[in-house]
Write a protein that binds this ligand. Structure first.
Ligand code: PMP
Length: 378
């Protein structure tokens, strides 16, 4: 079975595992302890904070470790909801956000906030002109992801940040799918807040971060969690030191190999999409002409027997639309929002390549798809 679902998660890089190992047993201290064991663990956390900060273009004091992008995203909406001082009552998020943004935003929409869903064009990109009209003086927060997890489209984050700032709103971007798949620089993109997950870049699962421009002093809203005061009180709870160390190491590996890796991802995707386009195959690529992250193709199967064909695929591990939606009967809100002629999400699959993928895997995937079409149509 060939793994082609790197957008869902990645395996830990061997260097990541090696860096983490001592922190499970030999260096097990609690970073909040003032003795030598604690200080050793604290130094490891601060090293990882620096590694991440350097990778995403910010200062180490602007990073708060969380359990992943889901928690980072939820923290933002929950904090805004709980802040009684906040007088602006409008939030705007794109219609194709990951559910860890969309659902907290909808929750606020039922609790006194006015939720605006920013529409996307059929290219899978937020419509800037419409956004300009919808983001107004009473908007508290605009949240648009850097890259989409189902179709891979890259959003005009810098322009949207500028629109938000012009009316005095905060701008957040969920960069879970962008990290390691396109250049990302928080300062250059001018965001106030950004979310990351380590397991998308060959780090461990269950660890991520929230970027806060200017650090915790600039946190705009109330704190939703109470506890031991770790991470300046924004995310209290004992540090997951091995995972934090692994995340830092994964950032270093990505930083060092970034240009090579990005070239590899885009060349694999181009090779695969060229194979699909060259044939009279029933496969169409969503948002093919849009700016997209490398390594991800969202493919619509233009056949009445699509589901049978997809079920017949045997040698490859891929997702339906996205991993989060794979096991649910719900239609993909992303595929629906791009308002494509090929809008049936149950006929859409997502393949995503990574560090271990090679040209032969791409050929095997293509052959598996074509065999499956032939078997079902004969
Ligand atoms: N945002 C996006 C765009 C994602 O793709 C994902 C993971 N699929 C998340 C947020 C959530 O990340 P995690 O499950 O690591 O918290």
């Amino acid at each position: 079975m060939i793994y082609l679902d790197y957008s869902a998660t990645t395996p830990c890089a061997p260097q990541v595992l090696a860096a983490m190992a001592p922190y499970f047993r030999d260096r097990f201290g609690n970073p909040s302890s003032s003795h030598a064991f604690g200080r050793e663990a604290k130094a490891a956390v601060e090293k990882a904070r620096l590694q991440l900060a350097e990778f995403v273009g910010c200062g180490p004091g602007e990073i708060v470790f969380t359990s992943g992008a889901t928690e980072s995203n939820n923290l933002i909406f929950l904090s805004l909801l709980l802040d009684v001082k906040e007088t602006r009552r409008k939030i705007a998020v794109s219609a194709i956000e990951h559910k860890s943004v969309l659902l907290p935003a909808k929750n606020l929409g039922t609790r006194g906030f006015d939720l605006t869903l920013l529409p996307v064009t059929s290219n899978g990109i937020v419509d800037i002109n419409v956004a300009r009209k919808l983001i107004t003086e009473d908007t508290a927060l605009v949240s648009v992801h850097t890259a989409n997890n189902e179709i891979g489209t890259i959003q005009p984050v810098k322009e949207l940040a500028e629109i938000a700032h012009r009316v005095g709103a905060k701008f957040h971007t969920d960069a879970a799918q962008a990290l390691g798949k396109m250049p990302f620089d928080a300062q250059q993109l001018d965001c106030d807040l950004a979310s990351f997950s380590s397991h998308k870049i060959y780090g461990p699962k269950g660890i991520g971060a929230l970027y806060i421009r200017g650090g915790s002093r600039k946190w705009p809203w109330d704190y939703p969690l109470y506890g031991g005061g770790q991470e300046s009180g924004i995310r209290p709870g004992t540090y997951n030191v091995p995972a934090i160390v692994g995340f830092g190491e994964a950032c270093d590996i990505m930083s060092l190999n970034c240009s090579h890796f990005l070239r590899k991802l885009s060349s694999l995707t181009q090779a695969f999409e060229k194979l699909l386009s060259a044939q009279h195959s029933p496969f169409l690529i969503h948002c093919q002409e849009s700016p997209r992250i490398g390594g991800l193709s969202s493919i619509y199967l233009n056949s009445p027997k699509a589901e049978l064909i997809l079920e017949h695929l045997s040698g490859v591990a891929i997702s339906k639309a996205s991993a989060c939606n794979s096991s649910s009967l719900e239609k993909s809100h992303v595929i629906q929002a791009i308002n494509s002629d090929y809008s049936l999400s149950d006929k859409t699959i997502r393949v995503s390549f990574g560090l271990e993928t090679d040209d032969s895997n791409v050929a095997d995937l293509f052959n598996d798809l074509m065999n499956s079409v032939q078997v079902i149509h004969k």
